[in-house]
Design a protein around this ligand. Sequence first.
Ligand code: BG6
Length: 505
Amino acid sequence: MITAIHPIKPVTSTRLADPCVMVIFGAGGDLTKRLLIPALYNLVRNKLLPEQFAIVGVSRNKLSHDEFRSKLRQDIQEFATVTVESSLWEWLEQRIYYLGGDFTDSKLYTQLQTLLTQIDQDYHMPGNYLYYLATAPTLFCGIISQLGSAKLTQETDTSWRRVIIEKPFGRDLESARTLNNNILGVLKEHQIYRIDHYLGKETVQNILVFRFGNGLFEPIWNRRYIDHVQITVAETVGVELRGDFYDRTGAVRDMIQNHLFQLLAMIGMEPPVSFEADAVRDEKSKLLRAIQPFTPELVLNNTVKGQYSEGVVNHAIVQAYRSEPRVAKNSSIETFAALKLDIDNWRWAGVPFYLRTGKRLPKRVTEIVIQFKQAPSLLFRNLTNQLTPNLLTIRIQPNESISLQFGAKIPGPAVQMGAVNMDFCYADYFGSEPTTGYETLLYDCTIGDATLFQRADNVELGWSVVNPILDVWQAHNQEFPNYAAGTWGPVAADELLERDGRQWQ
Ligand code: BG6
């Protein structure tokens, strides 16, 4: 464990969120009760919301403001990440309103306009509205176009209008482009906040500080010193109650195109000229654009897909993917994917990036491992089998940490080497207060900082990398299932690295 001589105090922002009304479409759904309201509650605790703040939940059911408030009052007890203090909750609760109706009916938007005007007057607000689309993706375009027709997206010199859109953002390049074009017909790019909740994770944000806030790492962050990079997002859960969604989606669309590519971009991008949103997003796009395109041959050689059979996870027998509720009995959807990517630029030429993600793996872990090149073995000719490569491991979850592995002499008269770790653990330094991961994202949107959100081109570039993989996979039948739940995926995923003389960490 590393200890600090001077305790490091995190610098907290004192700027309050802009006065605004947050309108949540799909307010009756899981996301609202599990993540959005608990995140807003945490922002209240951290004193980041201004007096002039309100929430309007919009959903299909007919509920009164009070019925909605009392539902959320019960939900927050179950889903808050900390014990709920009644005075803080009451502060938030009295700012919650509800509107029930059909998202496709223009009347709903007229009623919304009346309600928003009323709230603006009551709270002396400037007319800033943040719309959160927590609905099925099929509704995104319709809602935005209705908001546009009702003039609810029009900004003025003194008020802003922003829209947060949840993933999935399209299901391939073409649909993502269509979605972007449709939305951009109503909104300007600066009004659109495409959320990827991985960017709300503290450790993911820390990658930028780690890389660019220290003089030590960036000089060796390139092909001269790095042998390869591994990114693993492993989950123990199956598809739970999302079988119908997942069986149309699969691991590449659900995880790789967005979450893993965000991690890849943070690790691989060039230093941005500033932390302005577009400067960061420009660099991410450049990195994604530099990924060597997947030809059919590369797809066959450098990608692996898998689907789990019955097995044991966390000491419990779990069923095969094809037996999960709302999944086709002969499904050919992948619950595991591994890829080897090459990035064609000066920094990374010749440094493979291995990515893998899967459901029903032996443990839940999200980790980036950077393996440095071996030291020349000249001095340790007799000990070459003991020489260990230096590994820098960035653990995103759980137990957020960064550790550096290096070789050390094992005490004793003979020269023997072993691998040791220098560990920095977030909880030891900064304490660990559980959060939902949405706090920063919601707060950033209210202050107009889009750095942690995806721009249209970022999303489309992600799709353009994975599209050829999906096409080739679709054309080639793979025998499924090909890994048992509770194992690290198909054997082919290990072989992908073994062929290069490497192995998954
Ligand atoms: C979601 C995926 O985006 O991310 C889920 O749709 C997945 O399938 C989840 O389980 C993983 O998120 P986290 O934060 O638990 O790693």
